[in-house]
Design a protein around this ligand. Structure first.
Ligand code: AMP
Length: 217
């Protein structure tokens, strides 16, 4: 099974992708997470990515994305299903994403689109924190009560993601609307998009996704 999960910032797509990966034994390709890891390396590519995602708060260009996608797909056995988290995110990517699917003998079964209002998205992101070591996500007020708490898994520091500023979120929401929604629509025309309300608890969202996926293998 090959899935794509898309949704605005704070929609919980990363959490749901992780749960789906566990349930169906899928490889979780989280493009944003991978790019953030490269961005802290200090290499020329890392510096370039840091400038794009953390300073300009834009999308990474096609040349980089295409290379990363190929590297990820090359390393995987074809029997292993994938959940693509946050890719394809815009029209240009759709073209080489589809070409890569053909090249690597895969096809996309479903697109999971997690809907969330702008208001809720901004509210959730203001509460989002991340472990600076293992990248586990925490919600302030739900998972942690104080800013100086340590990561439960690795004892790392819990911090704000650098791109999670209010103006950064607004900019990324705008990009989601103009660049990513056409991808959702493209797959909707093929009958592959399932729409899920993200304004519910994690387990209810997961239950809704499983219900909509039905019995695809
Ligand atoms: P995310 O973790 O999904 O919020 O992604 C964080 C950042 O990584 C985005 O704001 C983009 O700058 C970059 N990024 C992630 N996925 C893509 C993609 N498919 N295309 C271009 N840039 C991406």
């Amino acid at each position: 099974m090959n899935l794509v999960i898309l949704g605005p910032q704070g929609s919980g797509k990363g959490t749901q992708a992780e749960k789906l990966a566990q349930k169906f034994d899928l490889e979780h390709i989280d493009m944003g997470k991978f790019l953030r890891e490269v961005a802290v390396l200090g290499s020329p590519l890392g510096k370039e990515i840091h400038e794009i995602i953390n300073v300009r708060k834009e999308l990474v260009d096609d040349k980089i994305l295409k290379k990363v996608l190929h590297l990820k797909l090359q390393d995987l056995s074809r029997e292993k299903g994938i959940i693509f988290d946050g890719v394809p995110r815009k029209q240009d990517q759709l073209e080489y994403f589809e070409a890569a699917m053909v090249e690597f003998g895969r096809h996309i079964d479903k697109i999971i689109y997690i809907k969330l209002s702008e208001k809720e998205s901004v509210e959730r992101i203001s509460k989002r924190r991340i472990c600076d070591k293992c990248k586990k996500v925490y919600i302030f007020g739900r998972d942690i009560e104080r800013e100086d708490e340590k990561c439960l898994d690795c004892n790392g520091n819990i911090i704000h993601r650098i791109d999670d500023t209010p103006e950064g979120v607004k900019k990324r929401l705008g990009i989601f609307e103009t660049e990513t929604m056409p991808i959702v629509e493209y797959y909707k025309k093929q009958g592959k998009t399932i729409e899920i309300s993200g304004g519910q608890g994690v387990e209810k969202v997961f239950e809704d996704i499983l219900g909509e996926l039905g019995d695809i293998e």
